[in-house]
Design a protein around this ligand. Sequence first.
Ligand SMILES: CC(C)(COP(=O)(O)OP(=O)(O)OC[C@H]1O[C@@H](n2cnc3c(N)ncnc32)[C@H](O)[C@@H]1OP(=O)(O)O)[C@@H](O)C(=O)NCCC(=O)NCCS
Length: 382
Amino acid sequence: MGDDTLSDRLASAVHDRYVAVNGDHPMTAADDAYVREHFVPATAEAVRLMLDGLLPLPSYLLSDGTPMVPADHGLLAEVAGGVERLHDWFVAFWPDDPATGEAEWGHYLSGQYVCLEEVSPVRIRQKTERVAEASAAVELLRRDPHDEIGRGMIGEAVDGVLAVPGLDSLLRPMTAYDRLRFGGPTVRETWVDGPRREFLTPVAPVWPLRTERLVLRPFEPGDAAALAEAWADEDYASLLLTHTQNPSEVAEMVRRRADPGDGRFVGLVAEHDGEVVGDSILILQGTGLSEGEIGWTVLPRHAGRGYATEAARAVLRMAFKHYGLRRVVANLDARNDRSAALCERLGMRREVHRIGDFWSKGQWTSSYEYALLREEWRAAGG
Ligand SMILES: CC(C)(COP(=O)(O)OP(=O)(O)OC[C@H]1O[C@@H](n2cnc3c(N)ncnc32)[C@H](O)[C@@H]1OP(=O)(O)O)[C@@H](O)C(=O)NCCC(=O)NCCS
């Protein structure tokens, strides 16, 4: 028997096993392109080991029948100390639950772990844990979208925290073919795109916000004219986090701020009697978008009348009541006495005094971080 015939027979045996596991579904040209980009053709040796049940079956068969596997298909066997040790090494990741270890081994061998960027026992465990966390979070947040445990959990599950990878980094996009073989949306669609859309996409309140003396509304391109003089002034900008800006730069900044974008930057202009007196911003950030950073300016000729305080109170109310944030912070140059006084008036706590950490306009300066938790705001009668 010639080599060609042998390899044809191996290829046809792998094809049959693959179809038995996955069903017979069409691969589109887009599916082929995706698979070629993320996977590599299986070697003849790998095909033999697949048929002996020692290495996973192909992740995909291209429409021309080429069996495709992850680029690191054989790597785990090397790490395990040889392909015949792979099973024992693999199931040892579930020491307290051997049945799950065996089930995962079976799933691994089937080649169907195509949702993972890296197919390994560690990633499989992380995916299982994060999906369970996301599922519990979705239940909590459907009952109360502001539930702070739910927000922490959804943030960790989808985006990850520090050394805990979230599903966004663990999961591949997958293909239309996968929707057919698994009979529904991809894992990423269910556990990253869905929760992002439902719980991690801020929805703005109805504008404007009104206070006793002010109307707070989103930026409009025409606001640049009212702000240009102050933002070009060196004294005024000296303690701001940005540099001075010329009128064109201010117009560009205002144009960007007027664009609602992904809703995480909320830029508001404060008007008194139809005249712009300053602005307030809130940036939604942190795990599960549960924190906001607040910022403010008042135009020099409107300072000292309590407008910044009044606007910031409305923004804090919006942050806690509308967006359901659990914490709002303000970062400032430690020399900015008026801004620090404003934080104190708002009942914010000076949480951090960083010494010489902040490079600003040619020198190192210190900075403060102020913070306020939702429960503190409520307790103070917010
Ligand atoms: C930081 C900044 C917004 C603070 O402005 P401000 O005018 O001090 O703050 P307010 O508008 O809340 O006004 C408060 C002052 O008005 C007085 N006031 C007058 N009428 C008032 C009223 N009806 N209600 C409340 N306060 C009133 C307050 O007593 C207070 O004065 P005081 O500090 O002398 O006691 C302003 O200095 C600024 O825009 N700076 C440049 C930009 C900047 O640094 N931004 C912050 C970057 S982190």
